[in-house]
Design a protein around this ligand. Structure first.
Ligand code: IMP
Length: 186
């Protein structure tokens, strides 16, 4: 199946395509500017995006992806505001907020939205628990990857190969569920 990835984020396109391709699916990037509402959950952002894309008759099947990092010591901030925080105070700002904080636990969450050719919609959720380190490390990946070490590893997402990141990441885990769902359609 060829699936349209509705995102302007090339990092997400790379990850989503590399997960889809071994399962015989291909992926194309659709650079449609899907509005992102400010609300309290990733699920609501994705529901709104799916309804908006369906109303605009954007070419299906398609996937949208909303993700964020939820930091325990910051009462789950930035969470759904991750993009705004990244674009304003950036990783150095987050690290400053975390100065002197012992509890470094953080969870990445990803919600994928899918619309099939028959118009049906589904969501798939993935999580990855880990810790924020004290400085940025690594050059791979994107966004918060340089400061996040997934549980069971001693390297940041930026230092891991994309295959290793996909094995444990929030996006990888949501994609596993989506791929299983697609395989059961046939
Ligand atoms: P959005 O899903 O594009 O709204 O992303 C929200 C913010 O989280 C952006 O700053 C992204 O760069 C960041 N982000 C989303 N997914 C990841 C990831 O897998 N690793 C690191 N940062 C991410």
């Amino acid at each position: 199946m060829n699936i349209n990835l509705v995102t302007s984020n090339s990092g997400k396109v790379e990850e989503l395509s590399s997960i889809l391709e071994p399962f015989g699916h291909s992926a194309s990037q659709l650079n449609v500017e899907c509005p992102e509402i400010q609300t309290s959950t990733l699920e609501e952002v994705v529901d709104f995006g799916l309804d908006w894309l369906a109303s605009k008759n954007v070419q299906t099947p398609l996937i949208i992806d909303d993700a964020g990092v939820f930091v325990e010591a910051l009462k789950n901030f930035p969470g759904v505001y991750s993009r705004y925080v990244y674009d304003t105070i950036g990783l150095s700002g987050i690290l400053r907020q975390m100065e002197g904080v012992d509890n470094r636990a953080a969870t990445f969450r990803c919600v994928l939205g899918l619309i099939l050719d028959d118009g049906s919609k589904r969501k798939f959720v993935g999580e990855c628990k880990g810790n924020l380190i004290h400085e940025m490390k690594g050059t791979g990946g994107f966004g918060y990857d340089p400061i996040f070490v997934p549980e069971g590893y001693d390297k940041t997402f930026s230092e891991l190969s994309s295959e290793d990141k996909n094995k444990v990441s929030h996006r990888g885990s949501a994609m596993k569920k989506l791929i299983k769902f697609l395989s059961e359609l046939k």
